[in-house]
Design a protein around this ligand. Structure first.
Ligand SMILES: *Cc1c(COP(=O)(O)O)cnc(C)c1O
Length: 395
């Protein structure tokens, strides 16, 4: 370790020089209502970077469900799901998620990252082809790599390009996978076309709707509800519970046979400790709110429209996104960091997203809106973004 320290220092200096070194902030306090964060240095900022789209992470019903379950079941689950870690809260949540997504079964995972590793590993044999959108989430890429699959990527949201890859070697292709809502761009995958091509070639289609479930569709059913696609069109649905659901964990929803196979075979399911039961209890409370309080989605959609109008009025160029993910692409990592600093000075926490999270030359501020933002906060942010962008042009 001692011998290697200079190599580690050199790697860190290289990141620093390229403006790609990342730093964490320590959040000392999160306001229960509204969206403010207090940092450990005492600064208070309005949070426009969280994926808590519906404002459930600090909802008292989730905390109460968690506390009640912990009083009964304790904190940790103590073992994997196949040993003794699987309890009634997990079982009920899985049933409720299957019902919510209109599928035969759902299987809980500790994280979305692991859920994607699990599905790729269970369905793609070594050297079979896996087709991914160029901008899909890193966990799908890593899943395909870990499976030893032949990874092929098609141009972003280009169903025609996916079809050409499929037509080349359909028999050798195991899986076509995409984000439903793209996490760094906020746009939607062309699912009706992808579903048609995947079915025509008898290839599994996986949609990871981490940013759509709970948010898109009148019922919060995500991009599948938006496009009116059922489980025949999209047999594998991955959802995460740490974003709109304000909790933690993830699930795969699909047929009885698919879920049973994952339970038997998926290493990220078998060889890890089960999600704590109180987390599952909190998620059940969140799911009930997601299903019953459609005003949160309606309010969020209204804030998205208001933000886009206000940003256009001050000359801020946004990507074509109808979701609460509203990126402002600035190009270089240095420009994105400068804009992040300018906004923090003005009282807003909007994080710069740099390569390799986004392609080189497309560093950006990724603004995310929540149902708990006020209209005044959203308008004030747009105004400050206008100033920050003008500052960069004049720099
Ligand atoms: C956040 C995210 C994941 C990972 O989910 P975690 O539960 O945070 O591990 C997977 N896929 C997409 C598209 C995501 O945005």
């Amino acid at each position: 370790m001692k011998r290697q320290a200079p190599a580690l220092e050199a790697a860190l200096s290289q990141l620093e020089a390229a403006q790609l070194r990342r730093a964490r902030i320590t959040v000392a306090h999160r306001a229960a209502s509204g969206r403010s964060l207090t940092l450990s240095d005492g600064r208070e900022l309005i949070d426009f970077s969280s994926n808590d789209y519906l404002g459930l992470a600090r909802h008292p019903a989730l905390a109460a469900a968690m506390a009640a379950c912990a009083a009964e079941a304790g904190a940790g689950s103590g073992a994997s799901h196949l040993i003794t870690g699987h309890g009634t809260e997990h079982a009920r949540l899985e049933e409720e998620l299957a019902d919510f997504t209109h599928r035969e079964r759902a299987l809980l995972f500790s994280t979305g990252y692991m859920a994607n590793l699990a599905v790729c590993g269970a369905l793609a044999a070594r050297s079979e082809r896996v087709l991914l959108d160029r901008l899909c989430h890193a966990s799908l890429l890593d899943g395909a790599r870990l499976a030893g699959a032949r990874l092929l990527r098609y141009a972003h949201a280009d169903a025609g390009a996916a079809a050409r890859l499929l037509e080349a070697q359909p028999g050798r292709t195991a899986l076509l996978a995409t984000d439903g809502v793209f996490s760094m761009d906020g746009d939607l995958a062309p699912l009706p076309e992808l579903a048609r091509y995947a079915r025509a070639h008898d290839v599994w289609l996986l949609v990871d709707d981490a940013h759509g479930l709970g948010v898109i569709g009148a019922q919060g059913g995500g991009v599948l509800e938006h496009y009116a696609l059922g489980s025949e069109a999209v047999p594998i649905l991955v959802g995460t519970l740490g974003k709109a659901f304000g909790s933690f964990g993830a699930f795969v929803a699909g047929s009885e046979a698919l879920i049973e196979l994952l339970i038997q075979k998926a290493r990220p399911y078998l060889y890890t400790t089960a999600l704590p039961a109180p987390v599952a209890a909190a998620t059940r409370a969140a799911l009930a709110i997601v299903r019953s309080e459609s005003w949160r989605r309606e309010r969020l959609a209204m804030l998205v429209r208001g933000f886009r109008t206000a940003a256009a009025a001050v000359g801020v160029a946004l990507l074509p996104s109808m979701t609460p993910i509203q990126p402002v692409v600035l190009g270089s990592a240095a420009a994105a960091l400068a804009a992040q600093r300018a906004l923090a000075t003005a009282g807003f926490w909007v994080v710069a997203i740099r390569p390799p999270t986004v392609p080189a030359g497309s560093a950006r501020l990724r603004v995310t809106l929540s149902a708990t933002h006020s209209e005044a906060q959203v308008e004030a942010l747009a105004l400050q973004l206008g100033r920050a962008c003008a500052g960069l042009r004049n720099a």
